[in-house]
Design a protein around this ligand. Sequence first.
Ligand code: NAD
Length: 492
Amino acid sequence: MTQQIYVAGDWVASNASETLDCVDPSTGEAFDKIANGNAQDVDAAVKAARAALPGWRSTPAGERAALLRKVAAAIVDNREDLAALETRDNGKPMAESYIDVDTIAAIFGMYADMADDLATNPEEVVETGGDVMEVTVARVPIGVIGMITPWNFPLEQFTWKVAPALAAGCTAVIKPSEFTSLSSLALARLMGEAGLPAGVLNVVTGTGPRVGEALVMHPGVDKVSFTGSTATGKQIMRGAAEDLKRVSLELGGKNPVIVFDDVDIDAAAEWVTFGAFVNQGQVCTATSRLLVHEAIADKFEARLAEVAANVKIGSGDTDAVKMGPLVSQSQYDKVMGYIETGRSEGARVLTGGGRPDEMDKGYYIAPTIFTDVTADMRVWREEIFGPVLSVMRFADEAEAIQLANDTPYGLAATVLSADEARTERVADALEAGITWQNCNNMVVIQAPWGGVKKSGMGRELGRWGLDAFLEPKQKTRWKAGGGVGWYDMKIA
Ligand code: NAD
């Protein structure tokens, strides 16, 4: 039976008869179906979110916090099922699905604390330097949020948006990726069971052109919070401009990792392969461009090849597996196409380069490293979103920084060196929203996440993630004795 959608607190059949298969990427076989919803579904969901807004917005923030804590507890109680579902739908190793489940429980808890803080500190005082006015700033919920997420971290992306939005007092309609909708539906179910009032959260499944566009264009939506590719992000921004909706965009990346000649080669090779291949390289912050100092390049590449060739690949539920299959046939085809492009551009395959020998089904691609890469090659410039690492060499710090910043993207950047003054200096010079020194691809839930340049606008996580769903509202109170109107006022 086709999964239902969640509208106004009820599980209902979509108005559309079309369905989409949920495919297990380790076998290529369908195991469930979701609705390929339509504009009518979106309209019902947005109306439900609008109807729920006055009640939710005026629910004391402390009560909203209590509900978010119940959701966090329900996630902990359902850890096994959520992780297994995520692995089956997305393909990622179970160890990573467990990390995702544990992280989202922590995120619901963190935003519950921030909702409590909103309750105790609802307004900030602005110092004006005089005594005729008292000025405060309240933080008010933006309203109904349209949320659109990709398929690489479905549980996380749902939570990075839904938890802070609901903490802020907003209501929401979310459209998860059509490739991985099941865990979002499961979380919505847990939230409903935890007592979330009807309409505060609605989930409509389906493709971008059918459901995503209808959500972006709906006049009842106040803000669109989008995570996905830069190409789709541009379309969303154009669509949102029609009603001047607010937008937050978490987009793509082609992130550099710079390795200086003073590193511990074994440790650096671990960080580099982790950053390039974790989650099969389907990570917006994957460090897929390696810049290595020429003095250690031969030795470092040899070590990288060894580490990459030893990464255990298999279905996500296999013991100790580090890489599973890619999410879908289309992503598999896209990444294989890029590997062919790299070869035809003249790059050399150091290791990998296609399907692992022992795998006869599923969307598996071996960790692939290209050397002899030049800065004009497509494998160096374009986001591949798969397990493909391209390597260039540099002679000095200035050249490393120049090559690292020579990209339209600006999401994340990593620098590895034993010299901490240098890592600090280089991190400051890198054009990226997130920098890592002597580590790689750390997700710190208390810190801002997001990019500069064509990697997007706005930030998620931490207090920045909450601010994304609040508008500052100025409240100026005039005091007796301050004069009146025109030129009689004492401004100070
Ligand atoms: P995508 O842009 O193809 O799709 C993302 C979502 O947008 C999906 O739900 C899709 O159905 C929807 N969509 C597609 N076309 C649409 C349209 N015209 N209008 C409205 N919605 C539409 O991206 P993807 O392939 O699912 O995800 C991979 C991309 O996401 C990569 O570029 C990656 O870097 C990016 N990403 C960024 C972050 C971040 O935090 N910056 C995190 C994860 C993924």
